[in-house]
Ligand binder design. Structure first.
Ligand code: NCD
Length: 309
């Protein structure tokens, strides 16, 4: 276990008990989100800075809502429209925003390791909201939360992660979190999109959808074309033919997940997205409660992250 107490930079910062504690806390915040007045005073008078250097809809909106529902003051900065466009460095931006004495900085960046760097430049708790293709720990926590609610326990469950694993921070964080929770993980996709070292994370790798019927959960990833500088698949048409998940791939028992945003008609067919097997909007909803729980545990709770450091 790495020795990071104040921050959430990687799923490796958490053991199973730590994950479960965040999920239990998230259950109580899900109850708050079901009330008419969706607010508790836990972070009143404290400041949360959201710093997004990459496109985001779900992660940025849910971190903002999570902090607001905990009564924090929230400042959201995006690279577009900020001094980042004028060439201000990440370090200078973090030092500028640290002058407001924030309790937490949430950072998304296209660069691997950016959140860890930020943690070295500020007294605030740092939460990694995605650093390049490395990690996206709160996504994995909300996915595990969504599945635990459906399945009761992940122990022994078979999860297939299908698609562009190579460029996916979601895949890395999810493999780590799902394995910690006792699930069996299989990654599946074109060999060019499966990193060679992936099996070292404790999962199996498959080059085709054959065997998908044994999965309890099919977790589909977006083709991350913005991270591809070369052609990883011969053509999108061929990818669709061999790897697109449609509702015919899923039986009545199997659950379908996707972190969003979906390339409709590429990795998922429209009928699969709209099928009752899909948990995609449950995942989005879970994002708020789980991010409230992470903020709470880092800033208020007897620190779960410290306990395992
Ligand atoms: C993911 C991300 O940004 O890593 N999206 C998200 O946070 N919901 C996955 C993706 O962009 O494909």
């Amino acid at each position: 276990m790495s020795g990071i107490g104040r921050h959430l930079l990687s799923i490796e910062d958490l053991d199973r008990a730590g994950i479960e504690r965040i999920l239990d806390r998230a259950e109580s915040f899900a109850e708050v989100s079901g009330r008419e007045i969706k607010k508790v005073p836990a972070l009143r008078g404290r400041t949360v800075v959201n710093l997004f250097y990459e496109a985001s809809t779900r992660t940025s909106s849910s971190f903002e809502l999570a902090a607001k529902r905990l009564s924090a003051d929230v400042v959201s900065v995006r690279s577009i429209g900020s001094s980042v466009e004028k060439g201000e460095s990440l370090k200078d931006t973090v030092q500028t925003l640290s002058a407001y004495d924030p309790a937490a900085i949430v950072i998304r960046s296209p660069h691997v390791g950016a959140a860890a760097l930020v943690a070295g430049w500020t007294a605030a708790s740092v939460i990694n909201a995605g650093d390049g293709k490395h990690e996206h720990p709160t996504q994995a926590l909300l996915d595990v939360f969504t599945l635990r609610r459906r399945l009761g326990s992940l122990e022994g469950a078979s999860i297939w992660i299908v698609g562009d694993v190579l460029h996916s921070r979601v895949a890395r964080s999810n493999i780590l979190a799902l394995r910690r929770m006792g699930a069996r993980v299989t990654v599946c996709g074109p060999p060019t999109l499966l990193p060679r070292e992936i099996e070292a994370l404790g999962c199996e790798a498959k080059p085709s959808l054959e065997g998908l019927s044994q999965a309890d959960v099919v977790y589909v990833l977006r083709m991350q074309q913005e991270r591809m500088r070369e052609a990883f698949v011969p053509s999108l048409r061929e990818y669709v033919q061999r790897y697109q998940i449609t509702s015919t791939h899923l039986d009545a028992r199997q659950l379908l997940m996707h972190p969003g945003p979906v390339n409709r008609g590429v990795e998922l067919s429209a009928d699969a997205i709209d099928s009752p097997r899909a948990l995609i909007s449950d995942q989005v909803k879970a994002g708020v409660a789980v991010r409230m729980a992470v903020l709470y545990e880092l800033l208020v709770g007897s620190p779960v992250l410290e306990a395992v450091a």
